[in-house]
Design a protein around this ligand. Structure first.
Ligand SMILES: Nc1ncnc2c1ncn2[C@@H]1O[C@H](COP(=O)(O)OP(=O)(O)OP(=O)(O)O)[C@@H](O)[C@H]1O
Length: 673
């Protein structure tokens, strides 16, 4: 007769699994019965061996009467080896919540997982009444997945834990089975472990093959590819780069990038760069390096392209939009200025270009708002995408709406067959420039607000939601702050559009730019024409209510009518000639102001005549020679000069020329004498 064994477990699932395990290993030599507490135990239990599935179960039922056996054994348990590979797929460093119904058993499980060499993750033991687990990447449970908190992103079932080999051998020993039986059982046990090993080896082999395949693919690419992992070790370095850096990939792979790549600036850009791309010269080859952080993997992929190739790609991308006309025509180099505030403004705009936020540009009509919008797009990361300027005041409300949002077929009479894409859709991956934004109706304002908030649109008459990725630049010559007070412009929209802000000063506040712009427009027309000094002075001091646009129109007119090689006042358009008389500045009423004007202008005049630079300090020192009450500090001189320049009486120039009298200034001084 075979010896008998009764297995006692808490739950049915454990009973099934352990019964199956015992049957497989010992079924030929023992009569095996099993009971779970949850299913109810019979009135009396009698066997050679009674096996408790765990220490806690022994505590729970061990004291019961009518339980007779020669030997009582408490089973030691271990993770089911077939499920170990599930644990190996968890990324290194992950926080893993180990879930089991009893805390002590959970701690035991963590210990045995560590003993099995699963050390690449951090295990956290689950406690029944613990309210919330923060920062857990995955939960694992030996058959108790339903206990895991539902908010966790992933729960892996690693199967009911099996009886370990020592427990099996103790049973063999207590049932006094033949020595060969123990040998056969351990062989069966070992065989299943070997099968697992074979499975792992196979998958390792497959991984190697996939790696080689990827390596071959990466080597056929015409660009250099370099990838680093989260610890800055190089994981991919293709043949193209071997040639560029003149080094073998096997010297580089799996080493920290800063120990193998000697070009510090390249390493710095790859590891810590913020820009998307940068130029480098590597062993005399000019390259552009594009940097891309892989989301979720903490790896950085970089692509090295020759400068020539990179510019070809850009050209192809831009050509597409050039054909449709949706491209930025001007860059920052097309914005001419000498005024220090304008030079600073250009620098600021370049920085704003690199951000992704909306920009509101304010300034009077003709100051160059649209020019700035073009330049910003061209300087931004979206430069290869479309640029769409839209003049919001030029279209009626319904037309503007259909232009911006597009429409579906049959939405209204006269609409294009098959519907039409709107400008928001066409601007996808690029920039839309909404000029005269202060002129849009309140209902258009709310639609625009929704586009900005939701980053999606719906065509007129359509139901499909279309996601869009656009940058919005807006401009206005209106005082939008006043419009908000009058409640004709929505506050919430204003703050959405005005994340970044530029104010372009009117031309009369930057008169130094006038000679430069005049020179630019003359040369642009391909003419070799001089400007008579008296005309230049007059142009410098004109009001230019229409700003640069008006100046440009004036020059276009004069260059067309001019007969000789010198532009004179006679060439001025009629309306400006008419202003001439009114232009001469009348002296200030205040006698002190009059004396100051006269004193400063005389000093400047003297300087101009003797070729001396009329600096603030020099003028200030000279004022001491006049009446004591007229002394002006260099600061005061600066303010007075600004005022005189505003009036067009002098012009401040950088460099050796310094401040100069204008012809009008000279006449004005004469009128004061
Ligand atoms: N700094 C500059 N250098 C060269 N050209 C300029 C400059 N500023 C403006 N312009 C030119 O002046 C003209 C008017 O500029 P733009 O259309 O950009 O002005 P705006 O402020 O957008 O005008 P509006 O408010 O009327 O739309 C354009 O021809 C532009 O090229």
């Amino acid at each position: 007769m075979k010896p008998s064994l009764i297995l006692l477990t808490g739950g049915m699932k454990t009973r099934h699994t352990l019964h199956q395990q015992l049957q497989q290993l010992l079924g030929d030599y023992l009569d095996i019965d099993s009971y779970a507490v949850d299913e109810g135990l019979p009135a009396g239990l009698e066997a050679d061996v009674i096996l408790f599935s765990s220490e806690s179960l022994k505590k729970e039922v061990g004291h019961l009467k009518n339980m007779n056996a020669v030997t009582f054994i408490t089973g030691q348990r271990t993770v089911h080896h077939e499920h170990l590979d599930k644990l190996l797929t968890i990324p290194a460093g992950a926080n893993v919540l180990v879930v089991n119904d009893e805390y002590n058993v959970t701690l035991e499980l963590i210990q045995s997982l560590n003993q099995l060499g699963i050390n690449h993750v951090r295990f956290v033991a689950y406690k029944k009444n613990h309210a919330y687990y923060d920062d857990i990447d995955v939960a694992v449970s030996p058959g108790e997945v339903e206990l895991a908190p539902t908010y966790l992103p992933m729960v892996l079932d690693i199967g009911v834990r099996l009886l370990d080999m020592t427990t099996i051998l103790r049973i063999v020993d207590h049932c006094r089975l033949d020595g060969n039986v123990a040998l056969q059982i351990s062989e069966r046990y070992i065989r299943s472990i070997i099968e697992l090993q074979q499975k792992l080896l196979l998958s390792q082999q497959e991984t190697k093959e996939v790696y080689h395949h990827i390596q071959n693919v990466v080597n056929t690419i015409d660009d250099g590819i370099l990838v680093i992992n989260e610890t800055s070790e190089v994981t991919v370095f293709n043949q193209k780069l071997e040639a560029l850096f003149q080094v073998q990939a096997d010297v580089i792979i799996n080493r920290p990038i800063d120990t193998v790549i000697l070009q510090n600036e390249v390493v710095h850009f790859i590891r810590d760069g913020v820009e998307e791309s940068q130029f480098f010269s590597i062993h005399g080859v000019e390259v552009v390096v594009y940097r891309h952080s892989m989301i979720g993997e903490q790896s950085i992929v970089t692509v090295f392209k020759s400068v020539h190739q990179a510019s070809e790609i850009e050209k192809t991308a831009q050509r597409k939009y050039r054909e449709t006309g949706f491209y930025a025509k001007y860059s920052f180099d097309d914005i001419f200025c000498e005024n220090p505030k304008m030079i600073e403004l250009k620098q600021i705009a370049k920085k704003l270009a690199l951000a992704e936020h909306p920009i509101l540009i304010q300034g009077e009509s003709g100051t160059g708002k649209e020019l700035f919008a073009h330049a910003i797009h061209k300087h931004s990361y979206r430069k290869n995408g479309p640029f769409l300027p839209v003049n919001c005041s030029a279209l009626s409300e319904s037309l503007l709406e259909s232009e911006l949002f597009g429409y579906e077929d049959g939405s209204f009479t006269g609409g294009q067959r098959g519907g039409k894409k709107g400008l928001f859709e066409l601007a996808d991956n690029g920039t839309i420039f909404l000029d005269e934004i202060g002129d849009i109706s309140l209902s258009m304002q709310s639609r625009l607000l929704r586009v900005i908030q939701e980053k999606e649109i719906r065509r007129i008459g359509g139901s499909k939601i279309i996601p869009i990725n656009i940058r919005i630049i807006t401009a206005t010559n209106k005082k939008i702050e006043e419009q908000m007070k009058a409640q004709t412009f929505r506050n919430d929209l204003f703050y959405r559009l005005n994340v970044l802000h530029l104010f372009i000063p009117p031309l009369r506040q930057r008169r130094e730019d006038i000679p430069l712009l005049i020179h630019h427009y003359i040369t642009k027309n391909g003419k070799w024409i001089k400007v008579e000094q008296s005309l230049m002075d007059r142009l410098i001091r004109a009001e230019w209510d229409g700003n640069i646009r008006e100046l440009k129109n004036t020059l276009d007119y004069m260059l067309t009518v001019c007969n000789g090689t010198v532009l004179t006042k006679d060439d001025l358009p009629q309306y400006q000639k008419a202003q001439q008389a009114a232009d001469i500045e009348s002296p200030p009423q205040n006698p002190l102001q009059q004396s100051e004007h006269r004193m400063i202008l005389e000093i400047v005049m003297q300087c101009n005549e003797t070729g001396k630079a009329a600096s603030r300090e020099y003028i200030s020192a000279k004022t001491k020679e006049h009446h004591a009450s007229l002394f002006l500090s260099p600061q005061q001189v600066r303010r007075r000069l600004e005022d005189l320049e505003q009036k067009g009486l002098i012009i401040k120039r950088k460099g050796r020329g310094g401040t100069r009298m204008t012809e009008v200034g000279i006449s004005y001084l004469e009128s004061l004498l």
